[in-house]
Every structure is written in C-alpha cells, then in structure tokens.
Design a protein around this ligand. Structure first.
Ligand SMILES: Cc1ncc(COP(=O)(O)O)c(C=O)c1O
Length: 427
C-alpha cells in the first residue's frame, strides 16, 4: 500500500516511469495526517526528540559519523534540509537518472555555487560559448576576480577547438571543470557531450584529476537530453524554465553522483543558496505535468518553426529540427538529443528596427525574457539577455540585431501562428 510504502518504484516487474513517480515518490501520507498531497513544511527549524538525537543529527549532517544502512539524515534546520526540499530532490534525480539532486534558489545560484565549490584560485575553467548572459558574466567577469581563469571555445565547432582551449588553459594550472551549455542560449549551437567527457578523461591522465563536465541542460531538459548518459558528471538547471514551467518560480538544480555533488552540497549549506519550502512545493506540483507540458510545447514549436521558415519576411530559423541529418551537427543532434525542444531563434529580414517592430506587434506572444513557461514568449537577445556581451563578440557568436528568440508554450498552435503572421505582416 502506498500509505505504508512511499518509495515504490516497481509494480509486478513494471519499472515505474518518471511521470508516474512524480505523483507520490518520496512522500509518506502516513506522516502527514493522510494528506494526498505533500503539505508545505513552512518552518525554519525542527524539534529534536532529545539532546542525544540532536547531537546525532549534527554528526551526520557534518560528516562526523557515517549513517547506518537505510538511515537518512534527521531534520535540523531548513537551510540544511526540509521535507519539501528532500522530496523535490528525490523526484528531480529520477528524471536525469542521477544518484542525487540538489535544489537551489535560482539557476544562477546552482551554477555559481557549483563552480565556487569546485574551483580554487589558480585553477582554470574551460567553457563553451555562447552561454546564458548571467553565466557568461559569472565566467567572464566574476570568476577571474577570484583568481579563476576561464578559456572558452565556440559551441558548434569540432573537437579541435575544445582541445585548443584546453591546451591554452593548461598553460597556467589545473583545469578544475569543463562547463558546457548545449544547445546554446540563444543560438541553439550544439556541443558534443560524449567528446567533452572523453576530454575530461584525457585530462585526468595528464593532470591527475578529472575535471567534472558540468552541463547546463535547461534548454532541452531531462526529457530531451540526458547528459549523464553521455558520461558527463554534473547537470545544472534553471528550474525557472521548463521544469517550473509556469513562469511563477525562480529556482535551480544540480544533479550528479553523491561524490560529485558532496562539495556542492557543503557550499550550498554555507552560502545558503538552497530553495525555500514553498518554492520546492510549487516545483513538486510542476513536476507532475512536466512531460505533458514539454511534449505539447515541442509539438507546437515544430508547427510554429515550420510556419516561420516559410514566411517571406524571415531570413532563417535556428530550430534543431531543421538540421540537415547528414551534416556534422545533424549527426550530433541524432546522437545526443531526443527532440528539438521548444525554444529557438528566427532572423527577420532587416536589423534591430525590423525585429523590434515584430516584437511590438505581437498580441498573444508576450514580449519578455525567460523561457519554458506554459505561455509563449519572445525577446531580443542582442538588446536584452546578451546585451552585456561586446557587440563584436556577439556578432561572432551569431547573436545578431535581427534575431528574435521565442519560447513556445502550450497554447493552440493555430493561434500562435496567427499572431506571428500578423506581427510579421507589420513589416
Ligand atoms: C540556459 C540558462 N541557464 C541558466 C539560467 C539562469 O537561471 P535563473 O534565471 O533561474 O537564475 C538561464 C536563465 O535564463 C538560462 O536560460
């Protein structure tokens, strides 16, 4: 009975699917008055049954003692642990096939806590570019201020560019991590994850330490890309996007093995970058519909991208579904991705003025940054999320003035197409 067993993952030989497990995994109604839904544990601290119990809980939390078999750490204080956080993390890990997940107060909290946990002054980080504007600022401006050098390679290029970046980074010291965002925001350029994992292995032989490959998987999410299956070590997410999915929470996550995440967990406890109980509860609700929301968004995106591609005012559409299957990128896409996702860019004929005209004319699709919500959004990366990048570098990366990024939601596809048609008609 589920009343008694909160962690049923198999029934009569049938391994339960993630979308099924999202309805109850990790939650024990018997501990919460039989409530079918997990309540919000809106509390900062937890009462110990005795001083000895409190002592034992701290010994486990601080790693002073090993837990007994099947023993989970006791609840102490909501910066360290909380039932909503723990149940959410158990469910998040299922999607990526990870041993462990950690939830954070934002995607940037996850990324920065992870990199600060793994890097030391004198280290280097090799990373793909472009990446989300905030991650770019962290890599390009913040980490160097802490004595951490960063060397980039362009997404969409082959293994030689990655190895050249690694050779350059090794000139000054240890490579502490390889950080990758694929597909890249906002160009959808791809990075070969299996090759990055192989590169980490080659580095282990050279520097006696395997730099973890950290992958920002926000764009495709665990449904359409599984970086751990390609040998990568840590997956990071902005849960604000598809996983939260309703544009009403800001949160993030890291997934990986227990060992890989141990220093990240410790850093999270000290920086206090965990998610709060209410946000964790909202995310548990979101996880129940992740599969149907994301599948519908992708179906809609295919239709909208098809429409845009055929429009006379559109120069091109960088939709993963349009890659030539015989090209290097097309082959990589087939190996690495399970669907094209629902965020992509299109390029109008003209420049900023024409792109702004289309954005201002949209009636249903909202003019806002972010992505992955139930509603469709459109934005102008060059003037908004990526405006911090020098114009010459932006152009080199393909983030041009005529680029419009869209995140396609779950509205009726005909209505979305009608809106894009009338907006493009304003040109
Ligand atoms: C790919 C990607 N990674 C990370 C982030 C940062 O996430 P958050 O805004 O939740 O901090 C974003 C935000 O747009 C993003 O698009």
């Amino acid at each position: 009975m589920t009343w008694l067993n909160r962690d049923v993952t198999e029934i009569g030989g049938q391994r339960l699917h993630p979308e099924t497990l999202m309805m109850g995994y990790g939650y024990f109604p018997g501990l919460s008055e039989g409530a079918v839904k997990c309540p919000i544990f809106q509390t900062s601290t937890f009462v110990f049954r005795s001083a000895a119990e409190g002592k034992h809980f701290f010994e486990l939390a601080y790693g002073l003692k090993e837990p007994r078999p099947q023993e989970s750490p006791g609840l102490i204080y909501s910066r360290l642990n909380n039932p909503n956080l723990e149940i959410l993390e158990g469910r998040l890990a299922i999607w990526d096939g990870a041993e462990r997940a950690l939830a954070f107060s934002s995607g940037m909290a996850a990324i920065s806590t992870c990199l600060f946990a793994l890097c030391r002054p004198g280290d280097s980080v090799v990373h793909s570019t472009p990446v989300y504007g905030g991650s770019d600022f962290l890599l390009d401006k913040v980490l160097p201020d802490f004595g951490i050098r960063t060397v980039d390679f362009q997404a969409g290029t082959g293994p030689a560019a990655r190895r050249a970046a690694v050779d350059k980074a090794r000139e000054t010291g240890r490579i502490a991590a390889i950080y990758v965002e694929t597909p890249a925001n906002p160009t959808n350029a791809l990075v070969d994850l299996a090759d990055c994992a192989q590169l980490a292995g080659e580095l282990e032989a050279k520097q006696g330490f395997r730099p973890p490959v950290i992958v920002d998987n926000t764009y495709l999410g665990p449904l359409w890309q599984r970086p751990l299956d390609h040998g990568c070590d840590i997956v990071v997410y902005s849960l604000t996007k598809y996983i939260g999915g309703h544009s009403d929470v800001v949160a993030g996550a890291c997934m990986g093995t227990r060992v890989a995440l141990e220093p990240v967990h410790l850093m999270r406890t000290i920086l206090g970058t965990m998610t709060d109980p209410h946000t964790a509860w909202l995310l548990m609700r979101s996880l129940e519909t992740l599969e149907i929301r994301f599948r519908k968004s992708v179906d809609n995106a295919v239709k909208v991208a098809d429409f845009l591609r055929s429009h006379p005012q559109v120069e091109s559409v960088s939709f993963l579904g349009f890659l030539d299957p015989d090209s290097a990128d097309g082959k990589l896409y087939a190996r690495q991705c399970l669907a094209p996702g629902a965020t992509f860019s299109f390029f109008v004929k003209g420049g900023e003025a024409e792109a702004f005209k289309v954005l201002d004319a949209l009636q249903l699709v909202k003019l806002a940054v972010s992505l992955g919500g139930t509603e469709s959004l459109a934005s102008h990366p060059a003037a908004m999320t990526h405006s911090d990048i020098e114009p010459a570098r932006r152009a080199e990366l393909g983030i041009t003035e005529n680029m419009i990024r869209v995140s396609i939601g779950i509205e009726h596809p005909d209505d979305l197409i009608a809106d894009f048609r009338q907006a493009l008609g304003s040109l």
